[in-house]
Design a binder for this molecule. Structure first.
Ligand SMILES: [Zn+2]
Length: 258
C-alpha cells in the first residue's frame, strides 16, 4: 500500500489477512504528466509487491487513471496508452479503480475508454462510484456505460463504495458490490453489516480505505468482530470476508495465493 507504513503490513498479517489488492487511485494531488503515472504503475507492480513480500503478504494491484485526473482528457489518453505495457505484470488484477467523480462529460469519456481497454485485454474491472449527492446518478451512468459494451460480463465487474441506495441496483444487474469501510465517515462496520443483512443477493465484498486520510487497514477484520457480536456463524463471516473476494478474484489467473 503505497500510502501506508510497514507497521500496517505487519498488523494485517498478524490479523490473518491473506493478500493486499491495491487499486490505482488519486494521490491526493494531480500528477503533472504521464511520467508520474509511469512511475506510479512501476511502484504498484514492482516495488510495492516486494515490500509486502517482506511480510509474507501477496500484493496485487489494479491499474488506471482515476476519474478525478481523467478530467484532463489529453493526459488521460496518454496514461491509457501506457497501461497495456503494465498489464503483463504478474500482480495485475485488471483495470481500476475507474469510474466517475463529479459525473462530468470528460470523466465519462475516459471511463468508456477504460471499459474498451478492459474488454480488449479481457481484464476484470474495479469501479469507483462518486460520493455523497453524486453517487446515485453516477452509479446509474457507470452501469449504463458498462452495459453498452456486450463484451463485458457483469460478474467480472465489482462496483465499489456502494451504499444503501445503490447496492440493490448493482446486485440486480449481476455485478459484484463492494462496501468500503471507513473508521468515521461513510460505511462503518455496523452500517456495512446492516447493508449485508438487508440484501437478498450475496455477491458482496468488504474492503477498507487505506489512503492518506484517516483510514484503517484492519477495518475488514474489525467488521468480522462486529459480525460475530451479532451472532453470524463463523462460516458466514468467512464467506463474506474471504470466500467472496476469493471467488471474484479467481476469475483472473493472475490471482494466486500461496
Ligand atoms: Zn474509490
Amino acid at each position: 500500500m503505497v500510502s501506508r507504513v510497514t507497521d500496517d503490513y505487519e498488523a494485517m498479517v498478524t490479523a490473518g489477512c491473506e493478500a493486499v489488492c491495491e487499486p490505482a487511485f488519486w494521490a491526493g494531488f494531480d500528477r503533472s504528466g504521464v511520467q508520474g503515472f509511469y512511475d506510479y504503475f512501476s511502484q504498484l507492480t514492482d516495488y510495492e509487491p516486494k515490500r509486502a513480500a517482506k511480510f509474507s503478504l501477496p500484493h496485487f494491484s489494479w491499474l488506471c487513471i482515476n476519474s478525478k485526473e481523467s478530467e484532463d482528457t489529453m493526459l488521460a489518453e496518454e496514461v491509457l496508452s501506457i497501461i497495456p505495457y503494465f498489464l503483463e505484470r504478474p500482480n495485475v488484477l485488471g483495470i481500476g479503480e475507474i469510474g466517475l467523480n463529479k459525473n462530468t462529460r470528460n470523466e465519462l469519456k475516459i471511463l468508456e475508454k477504460h471499459i474498451e481497454l478492459a474488454a480488449k485485454h479481457d481484464q476484470l474491472i474495479l469501479v469507483h462510484t462518486p460520493h455523497l449527492e453524486d453517487k446515485l446518478k453516477g452509479t446509474r451512468l457507470i452501469l449504463d456505460a458498462i452495459r453498452n459494451d456486450p463484451r463485458i460480463k457483469p460478474e467480472r465487474v465489482i462496483i465499489d463504495h456502494v451504499e444503501e441506495h445503490t447496492v440493490e441496483m448493482v446486485l440486480e444487474g449481476g455485478f459484484w458490490a463492494g462496501i468500503t469501510l471507513y473508521p468515521e465517515s461513510k460505511a462503518t462496520p455496523a452500517r456495512a453489516i446492516d447493508m449485508v443483512e438487508n440484501c437478498k443477493a450475496h455477491n458482496i465484498w468488504l474492503n477498507c480505505a487505506c489512503d492518506w486520510g484517516i483510514s484503517k487497514p484492519l477495518a475488514v477484520p474489525h467488521t468480522a468482530i462486529e459480525m460475530r457480536r451479532r451472532g453470524h456463524s463463523p462460516e458466514a463471516i468467512d464467506q463474506l470476508i474471504y470466500g467472496n473476494p476469493l471467488k471474484f478474484l479467481s476469475q483472473t489467473p493472475r490471482f494466486k495465493l500461496g
